[in-house]
Ligand binder design. Sequence first.
Ligand SMILES: Cc1ncc(COP(=O)(O)O)c(C=O)c1O
Length: 379
Amino acid sequence: MSAIDINIEDARSLFPATGRLAYFNTAAVSLGSTALEAAYTTLIDDWTRSGFDFARGEQAGENARAAFAAVVGARVEDIALIPSVSAAAGLIASQFGPAERGENILIGEREYSSNHFPWRMLEHKGYELRITPFRNGGLEPDDVAERSDEGTRLIAFSAVQTASGHLTDVPAMTQIARRVGAWTFVDGAQAAGALPVAHYLEDIDFFVAPNHKFLLNAARGMGYCFINRRVRDSLVPTCAGWKAGAVPFDSFFGPEMTLSPTASRFDNSPAWMAAVGDEAALSLFDRFGPDALFARNRQLVSELRERLTDVGISTDVPPANESTIVAIPIGGEDPGTLLERLSDAGVVCSLRDGHLRAAIHFYNNADDLDRLVSGLRGR
Ligand SMILES: Cc1ncc(COP(=O)(O)O)c(C=O)c1O
């Protein structure tokens, strides 16, 4: 299916808020769909009338795991249910024992804190933290290569930077990590569901995304972590509970402990409501085809960039680092006034790091772009 095959009016009708809003805030939280509404309404009705069906919640979690795997192009056995980026980073950070001489961890200076603070804790175990400044809005491979050596144990970064939209050259980062023997931990919060990641997934070690942005369930509570099978067996599932068992419903009590042979041995107990929501939210990717949605996102974001150029607004990120997030310079206007003026016109964006952040998702259309750009013209 190509982008042209998508019935966009159909896609927009699934997100009723698109009728009123030009919504560019998916990098914060996604819009709600009628699929999500139906799933939650049914769940609450059934719960109220007959009690909570937690087996249904469990099944929804498994279906959501499989749906996420399809969106990112992974095998379902390689996906763990870990609800947040910071929890996944904490799990991996907990694998590190006391540092030996020269051991270090390389992270970005302005990285989102969920992929920054957990690694900073490793300083207490003696690791040197090589905190690398951003260039072009994110981590550049040359800077990482310069600061890494045989003592580097892990390189952490975002696939797409939340504030600038800088798309990291993940294959180049992977090569550096492989050369020095380091793990790669990729925060996919702003990439999963927005653009393709399958082409590099097998080359990295960890890729994690929470559900509330481009994965379409703003209520949060679930997240997904790809754990490369290359490293899986060397990891200790430090948060294992019943859900990490080979058969979770048969794993309620010790001393018997038979953990799952797959990445689900790293599962956290799922939030059942979130699971039911994710099952519905992620079904939309299957409905349109992830590749078609990614292509549409690419097309829309390049149209937005063209329109910005037409009105004399240039962005700072080089073409090779462009993603579905556009950080727009604010100019001389007071940021709060600008945001309010856009909001009065039904245009929803965020301010991040001194820029107006506009995030594209497939439910945007050309009219949304017009509304944003004409709102900016008044700057
Ligand atoms: C780049 C990035 N990483 C992670 C998160 C969320 O982190 P966590 O799942 O730990 O709350 C966000 C935003 O919520 C983000 O923008």
